[in-house]
Design a protein around this ligand. Structure first.
Ligand SMILES: [Zn+2]
Length: 533
């Protein structure tokens, strides 16, 4: 087995002393315990690093950068508590926020060991958003073993023994680790390190269980529908991997229908092709129920399509389809071959409109039996096309396409007109998640799940200000651009929701949100995207 890497972070240092009680200084005690722990771990064959080996000041950012450079298997930050009030002595362990994963498991184990060795009660391990814990190490905890008020000279030694025993025990467990993933046909395939057991593991899409298969230690998760996929792999002892989450968009994204030769009163070959979100053929054996002018057919997909022959004395084929619980309807006129088609470049979804009749665009293809259509597609300027003349059309992208497929999350509390921003961004081609702020954790979870590139939290306040988190350089940029557009001062904030999610994130504290401001906010986001390409 490879040596496990442990990174010990003695809290504080230099001018930053941490807690002080009588002649006890927290920064020194943290370092003392760290060194003792390092010795024990090294003797036991761990590879050990400290964030600081002497009494010097380190910023939280430096600690995170160092951690991400070393990439330890476990990160432990050592602190000691103090309090003016006396509410007794107790063990406190904090872990990087997660619902069920190795940081929590380790925090639990650590709490038990400290309780046992220090012979004092403990508080339940607490999920924390502390900056220092937000590193890339798979296990990240912060410990406050006891209150300085209860210090005696034996405690540093006892503390390090407890920490050592917990770490030693923890690595006997061997958690399965999800290293990588790929998507193929209708499977999400996880590359797993360590032993795991398919029966003990769970995969769900929107809380509905889906099948996990084990092939060559890889986990094959069968995707049956769109929604939020959550996977926890467990070994035979039940110890879990970190949660793997991803959003599955419509697995069946689009379809095309060919009717050949599209002439009435003779046999026509109908071919319907189904595509997934990645524009690949959907996999075999999807059941498709078809109804053409009242006559039922049943088929299973092969190479992403179904084909069948229809002969009817009719001018129009009314085709109804049911596949994967989705229903579609298309009315296809048989005009002795006079069906027009054109390709709208860059557009996958959209509509052509002629006298209130709507023709859909599938994967860029547009079929109609009228030559002139007004084409409306999300993210593009409206254009008029003449299908009897040209075959390929290239509409202009709105805002030069800066919003195309960008992932933007909007959270609001009382400013309902936030919906205006979201619907416009959506029309300009962005993927938008919008919801009303309810509680911090669920908001953070939603945003992480959505994986936004830009997060804007619109909050009502009498004092107007734009805030970003100090270590988010993209957020800072976005805040500057919005501040220029809206002429509102920008500032730092450690508001939790700004810390946790990825991408640029800002908090807009506003008195009201009128038409002009909506416009400026959209332009500010546009400035931002243009500045980061
Ligand atoms: Zn401290």
């Amino acid at each position: 087995m490879d040596k496990k890497k442990i990174l010990i972070d003695p809290g504080h240092g230099g001018n930053e002393t941490g807690a002080i009680y009588k002649n006890l200084v927290e920064k020194d005690l943290n370092l003392k315990v760290a060194f003792k722990l390092k010795d024990m771990l090294e003797k036991y064959d761990f590879e050990v690093y400290l964030t600081r080996y002497e009494d010097k000041e380190l910023t939280l950012k430096q600690r995170i950068e160092l951690t991400n450079k070393i990439m330890p298997d476990l990160f432990i930050s050592i602190h000691h508590n103090s309090s003016y009030e006396d509410f007794g002595n107790r063990v406190e362990v904090y872990y990087r926020y997660e619902e069920d994963g190795p940081s929590l498991k380790f925090a639990e184990l650590l709490t038990l060991h400290l309780e046992k060795y220090l012979k004092i009660p403990s508080r339940k391990p607490f999920p924390a958003f502390y900056t220092v814990l937000r590193n890339d190490a798979p296990v990240s905890v912060l410990v406050e073993p006891y209150y300085l008020k209860y210090y005696n000279d034996d405690l540093p030694e006892i503390t390090s023994i407890a920490l050592f025993e917990a770490i030693k025990e923890f690595f006997k467990w061997e958690y399965p680790r999800i290293k990588n993933f790929e998507i193929k046909n209708n499977f999400v395939i996880l590359d797993v390190e360590g032993r795991w057991d398919a029966e003990m593991s769970i995969a769900t899409i929107d809380n509905e269980r889906v099948l996990i298969e084990k092939r060559n230690n890889k986990a094959y998760i069968y995707i049956t529908k769109s929604g939020n996929l959550t996977v926890i792999l467990r070994n035979f002892k039940g110890f879990p991997s970190r949660i793997f989450e991803m959003k599955i968009n419509n697995i069946l994204k689009s379809y095309t229908i060919d009717v050949f030769p599209a002439i009435k009163n003779i046999p026509n070959l109908i071919t319907i092709r189904f595509y997934d979100i990645f524009l690949q053929n959907i996999s075999d054996d999807f059941e498709v129920q078809i109804n053409v002018n009242g006559i039922e057919y049943l088929a299973k997909t092969r190479d992403g399509k179904i084909s069948f022959i229809v002969e009817m004395e009719t001018e129009v084929y009314d085709i109804r389809m049911k596949i994967a619980n989705l229903e579609f309807f298309e009315s296809i006129p048989l005009n002795d071959g006079s069906i027009y088609w054109g390709k709208i470049e860059g557009v996958w979804d959209g509509y052509g409109i002629y006298e209130d009749k709507i023709y859909r665009i599938f994967n860029g293809y547009l079929f109609s039996n009228v030559p002139k259509l007004k084409v409306i597609a999300r993210g593009f300027q409206t254009i008029e096309v003449d299908l009897s003349k040209e075959r390929i059309y290239k509409p202009d992208k709105l805002f030069e396409g800066v919003f195309h497929h960008k992932r933007i999350a909007i959270i609001y509390d009382y400013l309902d007109s936030a919906y205006e921003i979201a619907s416009r961004l959506w029309f300009f081609g962005a993927n938008v998640l919008i919801f009303r702020y309810d509680d911090e954790l669920s908001a953070i979870r939603k945003v992480i799940d959505f994986n936004s590139e830009v997060l804007i939290f619109l909050k009502y306040s009498e004092i107007e200000v734009i805030k970003h988190y100090e270590m988010d350089k993209y957020g800072e940029k976005l805040a500057q651009m919005l501040s220029k557009r809206l002429k509102i001062f920008n500032d730092y904030s450690s508001y939790q929701i700004l810390i946790q999610p990825f991408g640029a994130r800002v908090l807009l504290e506003l008195k009201n949100l009128d038409e002009d401001m909506i416009r400026e906010i959209i332009l500010g986001i546009k400035d931002y995207f243009e500045s980061v390409v």
